[in-house]
Design a protein around this ligand. Structure first.
Ligand code: LER
Ligand code: MN
Length: 258
């Protein structure tokens, strides 16, 4: 497994669960602490940095959260024009992310059902978007119940992929969301198996691993047992500050992985 740390690149993420909020500091600290990669959350596709600005670090993934947080785009909006713009936003992001060979995360842009929209209609539109974008590597992220009512567990994610024949998409297992929604985090990872394509490495309270009460040993054992070799990416609050959260993450990574 490889280590990554998140960097928000837009003021719309100022209060979000990202370790760093400016690129030069992130590059300097990530290199110093020995991270393999940065995970980038731009406000727009055109604000992804030049690869040369990353000082040799890889990019684990590119987040599309600004599509919702900044531009209010969603794959399950009742407005067809908003859905079309949402797909174009992710398409443009994926073109920019290809410079880094990085997949694009679909998290909050999935939206929710309700207000006259049935769950089946919403899932249909979500599946249509993921299928249309199927030529680019995508990571689909189940979120906790306070952020979506579409798919909140890994098992529901696998069922969704199977029902709509989505073979291009992998699951993003965010340990913070899983702590809220899964009955047994390790068992959920074992059941999802090779569908797991990415991990957000966070403790129960969304602090760096070690700062909450999640029992990480069985979770890491499950990831090892399913042959997971991707990133453990710290998507956590910069608490007590960015450098401390990054340092704690690397301590945990070395404890559990190396
Ligand atoms: C995005 O990766 C995520 O986990 C969402 O909860 C956004 O905060
Ligand atoms: Mn996440």
């Amino acid at each position: 497994m490889k280590s990554a740390v998140t960097v928000a690149l837009d003021p719309c993420f100022a209060a979000g669960p990202f370790v760093f909020h400016d690129l030069p500091t992130a590059v300097e600290q990530a290199k110093q602490l020995g991270f393999d990669a940065l995970e980038l959350f731009p406000g727009d596709p055109q604000s992804l940095p030049d690869p040369a600005a990353l000082g040799g670090l890889a990019v684990s993934a590119v987040g599309s959260g600004a599509g919702w947080v900044k531009h209010k785009l969603s794959f399950t909006s009742p407005d067809a024009d908003v859905r079309r713009k949402a797909k174009q936003f992710v398409r443009d992001l994926s073109v920019a992310a290809a410079r880094f060979n990085a997949p694009v995360i679909i998290g909050s842009m999935q939206g929710r059902w309700g207000d006259g929209l049935t769950r089946d209609e919403a899932l249909g539109w979500l599946a249509e978007a993921l299928a249309e974008l199927g030529d680019v590597p995508l990571l689909y992220e189940p979120l906790n119940r306070y952020e979506t009512n579409l798919i909140c567990t890994l098992a529901d994610g696998v069922d969704f992929f199977t029902r709509f024949g989505l073979t291009n998409v992998k699951l993003l297992a965010d340990l913070f969301h899983m702590n809220i929604e899964e009955a047994d985090m390790a068992a959920a990872i074992r059941s999802a198996g090779s569908h797991v394509g990415h991990v957000h490495f966070a403790d129960s309270n969304r602090r760096a691993v070690g700062g909450g009460h999640t029992d990480l040993g069985p979770v890491l054992a499950a990831l090892n047992d399913v042959g997971y070799a991707g990133y453990l990416s710290a998507e956590v609050f910069p608490l007590p500050d960015s450098v401390a959260a990054a340092t704690a993450t690397m301590t945990a990574f070395r404890q559990f992985v190396r």
